[in-house]
Design a protein around this ligand. Structure first.
Ligand code: ADP
Length: 460
């Protein structure tokens, strides 16, 4: 339960509210105490001055009844007024019956000598509340000593503390409530995303999180989540398509193998028939193995599982070698294979054997789709920091409707159905080039020819 964000937020809010109200209370309590003390001291000071003036002008005889009267009117339980000689003998006082044992301690006496009023808060034995005392030494060395109980102040502070106790509980509760409400509001949207995520199984990958108005963060989360679903969906669809294609394209060679065997066995075969059957089955098996290997290569290169080496490769040299390799085949077919390769080194960081396969596939395709007397030009240049290699032929060209699909796995143009191939060559080219952080381009006009270009970031 405590692991949920809602519970944590609730707790946080409650603690925060409690701390804030505690700080406010302490501050208000201190201010209240200071003010009460100040008020009390001012009252005591006024009375001391009043009695001093009276004593100065009218003497002790006038002071006696005044002190008694003041004591009675204020309440002899709560205050006392006494007038002491320098040897602390009581010269005049209010009714002191409730204030037995009151004396002036030596330390206060010493401070009194320095002049001014001395204040002290003292706990008197037998009294519940402390007493605020004021002492003043008058002109002739006698001492005015006044004491007043702090009962009123203490009960005021008690009331304040009680009120705070209630306010604290209210704040704690409302803090928790607010935390809970805020987190509920925020979490409903998150829960919606979670609900959609958990409801997604094999069947409903098309489902999306509805975009609400819960604020930018949640909106961004929903958008990111939907984007991820989009990618997963297209991946699943691609996977389904590839599986369908694989099933379809594997079936053809296997059907052919079965056909060859069935035809051979349908009549009384001689050793020659068996030999022919074996040769054809072998050929089909080679083709099947080749197809499976290419498929695995593409899958591994695409997923990054294939470890591409990152050696320094000179594409000018690689293109030249590829031309030399295909020269004999081109000549046999009556096609002119021309090199237009930069004299400088065209260095890239990459996997030599895989880049050789790219070149071989493109030249092989050009040869396959060009009829004599045709021409194939291999061009290799550096342009804007990239190395661009293009293979241009004067062959059949590609129909406009085929053009967007030729790099897809197993896609074969209408015109190519009669030529041997698996439809995997260009898919492999593209996945290798992209694994080298490059890309491919194709320009073609039916009946005139095509140019396949790939470019890879170069190094100097
Ligand atoms: P495959 O050659 O095995 O059919 P590819 O992936 O190499 O498979 O090529 C896919 C399709 O692209 C081919 O079937 C063909 O229609 C078209 N194609 C590729 N290269 C050329 C080219 N140089 N000229 C014309 N068409 C081409």
């Amino acid at each position: 339960m405590l692991k949920t964000v809602a519970a944590r937020l609730t707790l946080w809010f409650a603690v925060l509210f409690a701390l804030i109200s505690l700080a406010v209370f302490v501050l208000a309590y201190l201010t209240l105490s200071l003010n009460l003390n100040k008020r009390m001291d001012e009252g005591l000071e006024d009375e001391t001055s009043e009695f001093e003036d009276l004593y100065r002008s009218n003497g002790i005889e006038m002071l006696k009844p005044v002190l008694q009267h003041e004591g009675e009117s204020e309440g002899v339980e709560s205050v006392f007024y006494s007038f002491l000689s320098p040897s602390l003998e009581i010269l005049a006082s209010s009714d002191m019956s409730s204030w037995t044992g009151i004396s002036v301690d030596p330390d206060t006496l010493k401070r009194l000598q320095r002049g001014g009023i001395v204040y002290r808060t003292v706990s008197v034995p037998g009294r519940e509340y402390p007493v605020r005392m004021a002492y003043k030494m008058v002109f002739d060395g006698n001492i005015i000593h006044i004491g007043s109980t702090l009962e009123n102040d203490a009960s005021l502070k008690n009331i304040y503390r009680e009120i705070f106790g209630i306010a604290f509980m209210v704040m704690l509760f409302s803090g928790a409530l607010m935390g809970w409400l805020v987190s509920r509001k925020a979490m409903t949207a998150v829960e919606r995303v979670t609900r959609t995520a958990s409801s997604i199984d094999k069947g409903n990958i098309t489902q999306r999180v509805p975009l609400g108005r819960e604020g930018k963060e949640i909106h961004d989360l929903a958008v990111a989540f939907n984007g991820m679903l989009e990618r997963i969906q297209s991946l699943v669809e691609e996977l389904n398509e590839v599986t369908d294609n694989i099933a379809h394209d594997m079936r053809s060679p296997i059907t052919r193998i079965r056909g060859i065997v069935e035809t051979t066995l349908s009549h009384d075969p001689g050793i020659h028939d068996y030999r022919e059957m074996a040769t054809m089955v072998l050929e089909e098996s080679y083709r099947l193995t080749e197809m499976i290997n290419t498929m695995l290569d593409i899958a591994q290169t695409d997923s990054g599982a294939a470890r591409l080496s990152a050696e320094e490769v000179d594409l000018a040299e690689l293109a030249h070698d590829a031309c030399e390799l295909f020269q004999a085949v081109a000549e046999n077919k009556g096609i002119d294979l021309v090199e237009d390769i930069s004299r400088e080194r065209l260095l890239v960081k990459g996997d030599r054997s895989r880049l050789q396969r790219v070149l071989a596939n493109l030249i092989d395709n050009a040869l396959k789709h060009t009829n004599p007397p045709g021409k194939i030009v291999i061009k290799a240049i550096r342009a804007d920091g990239s190395i661009r290699i293009s293979v241009t032929d004067t062959g059949t060209g590609i129909e406009e409707h085929d053009l967007p699909h030729i790099f897809e796995r197993f896609y074969r143009g209408d015109k190519s159905r009669s030529t041997p191939g698996s439809g995997l060559g260009l898919a492999l080219v593209q996945s290798i080039v992209r694994a080298h952080k490059g890309d491919t381009e194709v320009l073609s006009s039916p009946g005139k020819g095509s140019t396949f270009t790939f470019f890879i970031p170069g190094i100097s």
